[in-house]
Design a protein around this ligand. Structure first.
Ligand SMILES: CC(C)(COP(=O)(O)OP(=O)(O)OC[C@H]1O[C@@H](n2cnc3c(N)ncnc32)[C@H](O)[C@@H]1OP(=O)(O)O)[C@@H](O)C(=O)NCCC(=O)NCCS
Length: 178
């Protein structure tokens, strides 16, 4: 298992995923497909192979797209970002298994990733987008002090069709470091 990328304390860690994690991840994604499908476009067609390919592509580019949230060594959800150095910004995406929802793990993981984005990476802006009716997801940027900036019409797509995305933005100078 890889060393923690971000250690959040209390046995909670964000790690860079490895190909060997694919089966453990898919065991959760496969069992929660119906829950994830309305929001995550990759969920419906996910398999062990697509999960492993996603991880390998991220490793090949030394990216931060394929990170996992682990509790006491067990995978419980995904988080990631693709830093755009040219523009100095990045977008964060996330999901957590239903067994670990409602505990603040995603908020904590986002907080640590934002610290990394504005700190080590020197980025200027972080974006989070969520469907208008995805109240739990929207609560995360709202809890973290992001500004709601507008709606991208039909910018999201799942097998259920296109849907709008609410855009939240946070600038480096607005981030309240703890
Ligand atoms: C969106 C999603 C990631 C949010 O997960 P979550 O568990 O609500 O988020 P957090 O881990 O930050 O937990 C927040 C909850 O923990 C509580 N909490 C407990 N301790 C906390 C802490 N230290 N800090 C923040 N919140 C804390 C909050 O009060 C909140 O509870 P609530 O249910 O009363 O609102 C999750 O619902 C999910 O995976 N949904 C399906 C996929 C999805 O929609 N992904 C996003 C696509 S844009």
């Amino acid at each position: 298992m890889s060393t923690p990328f971000l250690d959040l304390g209390d046995g909670v860690e964000v790690r860079k995923l490895e190909p060997a994690d694919a089966e453990e991840i898919y065991a959760i994604v496969g069992s929660e497909r119906e829950r994830l499908q309305p929001w995550m476009p990759w969920a419906e067609g996910a398999s062990v192979e697509t999960t492993r390919s996603f991880i390998e592509a991220n490793i090949a580019t030394d990216g931060l797209d394929a990170l996992g949230v682990f509790v006491d060594g067990a995978y419980v959800g995904g988080i990631g970002m693709r830093p755009e150095e040219l523009h100095g910004d990045t977008e964060i995406g996330y999901w957590i298994s239903s067994t670990h929802e409602g505990r603040g793990l995603v908020t904590r993981a986002c907080r640590a990733l934002i610290d990394h984005a504005f700190g080590e990476l020197g980025l200027h802006r972080v974006t989070i987008r969520a469907a208008p009716n995805n109240a739990r997801s929207r609560a995360i940027p709202e809890r973290l002090g992001f500004t709601e900036e507008g709606v991208m019409r039909e910018a999201g797509r799942t097998s259920l069709g296109y849907h709008d995305l609410v855009v939240y933005g946070l600038l480096d100078r607005e981030w309240k470091r703890e």
